[in-house]
Design a protein around this ligand. Structure first.
Ligand SMILES: NC(=O)c1ccc[n+]([C@@H]2O[C@H](COP(=O)([O-])OP(=O)(O)OC[C@H]3O[C@@H](n4cnc5c(N)ncnc54)[C@H](OP(=O)(O)O)[C@@H]3O)[C@@H](O)[C@H]2O)c1
Length: 300
């Protein structure tokens, strides 16, 4: 599978990333998870996307147990995690309200906790999970600089940032933010038109893309829009000889910003299908047939 370097000095990731937000639902014990990671590696998927909060603060630790059981895995994978959201959870009794915390102390403490949970001494990439209305860009920058300097993180990036928020934080750093992890799918078109992908293309920062099959809604939602998009994906799929999921991925990969889809499935055959999508070439008309089905109108 293709590997993509995120900016000139950034990390190199597998084009398809395995997201583990739903890991706590997959019913895998440590040995099943080790087998899953090994199967991902066989497919060329080496990058794993975490956040401190996944599984109500449990997923990193589950994954970390697999890395502790088989330490040789660590050097064969890239670990991404996120910080900055505070969930109300039995695992965080002091949190009274779902909120964001991008203070220096929280970012550093969260990254250090992720290191412990994941049984590693460095994170390949730490993302600020959501734009915080109280974000003090100087303070966030200070935390990211300190974490990089101490070797606790190799690279930094953001998630769900608007172009202005991205530019604000970047203006305080002398190293590049290597990605903005954003939602994009045939059922979520906003970043194509709100300047998000334009900015990333301008700065040659490849986006990581979450919910690339709309969290499964592409396959099972029965509202009118989802049905329309599914029919378009099926029709294009008949032309190119690919299943709905493969066409959806090919549609994302067609974007010149060089998208890295972060897949949320725990099923290896679905990851195999995602990897195959790299070989599906959609022409412009096929791409726009899917866009039109989603937008519910022609382009102007
Ligand atoms: N930065 C952020 O704010 C943010 C937000 C959300 C997620 N993320 C990251 O993005 C990753 C992916 O998000 P996601 O899980 O929403 O992505 P997704 O890949 O769009 O959705 C995964 C869901 O779709 C189902 N699915 C996949 N293929 C299917 C098929 N052919 N038929 C029926 N169902 C199918 C999966 O079920 P099965 O497991 O049964 O295949 C799973 O429940 C997460 O793991 C996380 O790492 C980041």
């Amino acid at each position: 599978m293709t590997r993509i370097q995120l900016t000139d000095s950034g990390p190199t990731f597998s084009r398809i990333v395995a997201g583990v937000m739903r890991l706590h639902e997959w019913g895998m014990d440590t040995s099943a998870l080790r087998a899953f990671i090994a199967e991902c590696l066989d497919l060329g998927i080496t990058t794993f996307d975490h956040a401190d909060i996944y599984g109500s603060y449990t997923c990193e630790e589950l994954f970390g147990r697999a890395l502790a059981a088989e330490p040789s895995l660590r050097n064969r994978i890239e670990l991404v995690t996120k910080c900055g959201i505070q969930l109300v959870s039995p695992n965080r009794p002091a949190t009274r309200v779902h909120h964001y915390d991008t203070s220096r102390d929280h970012i550093i403490a969260s990254a250090e906790r992720s290191l412990r949970n994941l049984h590693t001494d460095t994170l390949d990439l730490l993302l600020v999970h959501r734009p915080d209305p109280l974000m003090d860009a100087d303070e966030v920058a200070e935390a990211l600089v300190a974490l990089r300097r101490s070797g606790k993180i190799r690279h930094a990036g953001v998630s769900n940032f608007t172009p202005r928020q991205f530019e604000l934080l970047q203006s305080r750093l002398d190293f590049p933010l290597v990605t903005n992890q954003i939602e994009l799918s045939p059922l979520y078109l906003a970043p194509l038109h709100d300047g998000t992908l334009d900015q990333l293309q301008q700065w040659r920062v490849p986006p990581m893309v979450w919910s690339p099959v709309a969290g499964g809604r592409l396959f099972n939602a029965d509202d009118e829009r989802a049905r329309r998009v599914r029919e378009a994906l099926e029709a294009v799929g008949r032309e190119v000889g690919a299943p709905v999921g493969g066409v959806a991925l090919a549609w994302l990969l067609r974007h010149p910003a060089r998208v890295l889809p972060v897949m949320g499935t725990g099923k290896i055959e679905r990851l195999r299908e995602a990897v195959m999508a790299e070989s599906i070439a959609l022409d412009r008309q096929q791409w726009f047939i899917i866009w039109e089905a989603s937008a519910g109108r022609e382009v102007p």
